[in-house]
Design a protein around this ligand. Structure first.
Ligand code: PLP
Length: 405
């Protein structure tokens, strides 16, 4: 007799990235020099998780009886207004936006998959993508379809994006597109203005082939070099034809990975449709996690809305972005000198180096104590957790790994 339903049988209980991380920690504990570039959390140069004092203070200042109370299912109004402003401020999309609170960006992705794709249909994203997209899709009885992310000269493949989307729309009659910019995980790539324009034009041409929702995964929104409202302003011309969604999260922007504070935002110009979307998103909250960490929602609201707290949060975040940018520069210098092939990298937690045999490259690097994550065609390097002084060593051994592949 089978205990589990067929879908659940044979599911892996571990995450490959956490396995690599454990191996790195075991080697370090045994006294070896280890550079662990596997995990996506920002560490300071001493290897400690980087936190922001103002954020810690705001969490401590939440009145206990408010933090302990249930949050409204969709999240407090003040929280929703604050995250809509953070994600869409500077764009007219803000004027027609609704939102629900979710446990991190992950919850936002789950909510979008449940409401904008029929069961059995595939979400649509780039060939390099954050691997939990597949778990979220599969767990909710959906799938993933991809387009080749880069052209031969390493630019975002707008043509491939459009032709794959046309094909998918012909097959399933609707599409949920997920694009994770700025600072794409795992490649580090950020669409420039022209590339956004290309995506917008492609979406405009596809919009009569079936309903399209475009979800911009904003996990690293505060770590890019661009004006944060650029993507939203670029999308304005198609907002009447394509539903624009944003997955917002406090995990990286406030260095509060464990707080599980996020939101799914939807820009819907038509009022009746907007109410329907807001109701459906709220229904999905009730039917999954019910409501979110109320203390977290309250703390993040105060950090976004109190002018003094917002100013010092921005200053502390700028210091972390600065720390990361020094690593990005050090990586670019060393990687160019070694002739590594990797996409344009201007900031963010990760970069990926292309290699014909990623498993071999990762193994060779690991022999020297450098831990990176192998994927199809590339290894992912989490610079967010590597001190600047270790970057030359890391690049040297990744380069040896690429040569050996
Ligand atoms: N999207 C991407 C691309 C990510 O890298 C992450 C976290 O690593 C998330 C979404 C969601 O993170 P969280 O659920 O912690 O907000």
């Amino acid at each position: 007799m089978e205990i589990l339903i067929s879908e659940a049988r044979g599911r892996p209980g571990d995450d490959p990235i956490f396995t690599i991380n454990s191996q790195a920690n075991a080697r370090r504990a045994a006294g070896e020099r280890v550079v662990n570039a596997s995990l996506g959390a920002l560490l300071d140069d001493d290897g400690k998780l980087a936190v922001m004092d103002t954020v810690t203070g705001a969490f401590r200042s939440v009145p206990p009886e408010r933090g302990a109370a249930y949050a409204p299912i969709a999240g407090d109004r003040a929280y929703l207004d604050a995250v809509i402003d953070d994600a869409l401020g500077g764009s007219t999309l803000k004027d027609c936006a609704v939102a629900v609170a979710t446990p991190g960006g992950t919850g936002a992705l789950v909510n979008a998959v449940m409401n904008f794709l029929e069961p059995g249909q595939a979400l649509y994203t780039s060939s390099y993508f954050w691997s939990p997209y597949k778990i979220i899709a599969s767990h909710n009885l959906r799938r993933v379809a991809t387009f080749p992310m880069f052209t031969a000269d390493g630019k975002f493949n707008v043509e491939g994006f459009e032709s794959g989307l046309v094909e998918l729309l012909a097959k399933q009659g609707r599409a949920l597109v997920i694009l994770n910019f700025p600072c794409h995980n795992p490649t580090g790539y950020t669409l420039d203005e022209g590339e956004w324009e290309g995506v917008v034009a492609a979406l405009g041409r596809c919009a009569d082939k079936g309903p399209i929702a475009l979800l911009v995964d904003l996990a690293y929104a505060h770590f890019g070099q661009q004006d944060r409202s650029l993507w939203a302003r670029k999308l304005e011309p198609i907002a009447s034809k394509v539903t624009i969604l944003a997955a917002w999260t406090a995990s990286k922007s406030f260095a509060q990975y464990g707080a599980r504070v996020g939101a799914l935002i939807a820009a819907v110009p038509d009022e009746a449709a907007r109410t329907q979307v807001a109701n459906a998103m709220s229904f999905s909250c009730r039917g999954s996690w019910s409501n979110c960490n109320h203390a977290g929602l309250l703390a993040i609201t105060s950090l976004l809305t109190d002018a003094d707290l917002a100013r010092s949060t921005d200053q502390e975040r700028d210091a972390l972005v600065g720390l990361l940018n020094e690593r990005v520069e050090a990586f670019n210098r060393a990687a160019r000198a070694k002739g590594l092939r990797y996409p344009r990298y201007e900031g963010g937690f990760f970069v990926s180096v292309f290699t014909p045999d990623a498993k071999r490259t990762a193994e060779v690097a690991a022999e020297a104590g450098v831990f990176v994550v192998p994927m199809d065609g590339a290894v992912r390097i989490a610079l967010c957790s590597v001190a600047e002084k270790d970057i030359d060593f890391l690049v040297e051994h990744v380069a040896r790994g690429v040569e050996a592949a």
